[in-house]
Design a protein around this ligand. Structure first.
Ligand code: FES
Length: 290
């Protein structure tokens, strides 16, 4: 796969000692996102849910990781399993918005193919095959009350990065929000502390990295998991999972605060700045996977 000129240009700029101005194409070229999807965005553990969102056998939730949608299912033996949310028959989503959030099996409404909670196809039975086909499983880990997904089919070589969390986190009450922004994901990820301004004051704090494009912030009174899901080169979903101690009042996420520009790409990155460090690490990760 050829490397887009914007990435090559970033490499040359970072090798100089002066400030770096990433090119506009780095933030708009679909070919850059294709490279990132393959070599960066799907290559690490990502916290995608709180375990209480899958509290009972048969519970299921959808989650997007960049351009892919996954299905998390609480299996009958209390394990959580992860599949692509794509039917083996014709590729339609198995679970969609408004579908039941619990059930003894997974039913694809398009042509009524039925799967067990383990992802095995139950109906129709396909006589020509030896053994029932099964939805492909992805790596899942439960750490500190959070559910981590590994969106690559390769065996993970690392353990999830657990955030430094409050004792109550495994028992937290949760609330989800998402914000759609017409910006490239890097304009947000390069200065994650700006996203903390979206959170209720009690959950604001240093944004701890805890997986690819995910940060954890919080205090003893509230916490938040903030995750970026690039939709295309110029669109990103900010997914926020607010968590509060059992019995605490629920809080809300503010709108994107006016006066806080999401796009800071036009500014040069000075050596030693957070943005310079971000682009250095980003480039290293792209090259490591190459
Ligand atoms: S696409 Fe699922 S049953 Fe046809």
């Amino acid at each position: 796969m050829s490397v887009p000129a914007a990435v090559t240009g970033l490499k040359e700029a970072l090798s100089s000692a002066g400030p770096v101005l990433p090119s506009g194409e780095l933030l708009t070229d679909p070919a850059v996102l294709v490279l990132e999807l393959r070599q960066y965005l799907f290559q690490d553990w990502i916290p995608v849910a709180h375990a209480s969102e899958l509290g009972s056998a048969g519970d299921r939730i959808r989650c997007s990781v960049a351009t892919r949608e996954f299905l998390l299912v609480r299996h009958t033996d209390a394990k959580v399993l992860a599949f692509r949310n794509r039917c083996l028959h014709a590729g339609y989503p198995i679970v969609e918005a408004g579908d039941p959030s619990n059930g003894a099996e997974l039913l694809c409404k398009y042509h009524a193919w039925r799967y067990g909670l383990d992802g095995e196809l139950r109906q129709p039975q396909l006589p020509a095959m030896s053994g029932a086909p099964c939805l492909q499983r992805y790596g899942v880990a439960l750490v500190g009350g959070l559910v981590y997904l590994h969106p690559s089919l390769q065996k993970p070589e690392t353990e999830p990065v657990a955030p430094d969390t409050a004792d109550w986190l495994p028992h937290a009450r949760t609330m989800r929000h998402s914000i759609e922004l017409s910006v490239n994901w890097k304009t947000l990820a390069c200065e994650p502390d700006r996203m903390a301004r979206l959170l209720p004051p009690s959950a604001q704090g240093r944004m701890q990295p805890c997986g690819r494009l995910a940060w954890f912030a919080g205090s003893e009174h509230a916490a938040a998991l903030v995750r970026l899901a690039p939709r295309d080169a110029c669109a990103t979903t900010v997914s926020i999972l607010l968590m509060s101690p059992p019995g605490a009042a629920r809080e809300t996420v503010s709108d994107w605060p006016p006066g806080i520009p999401a796009v800071v790409a036009e500014l040069p990155c000075e050596p030693g700045s957070a943005r310079h460090t971000f682009y250095t690490d980003y480039l290293a990760a792209l090259q490591t996977q190459a």
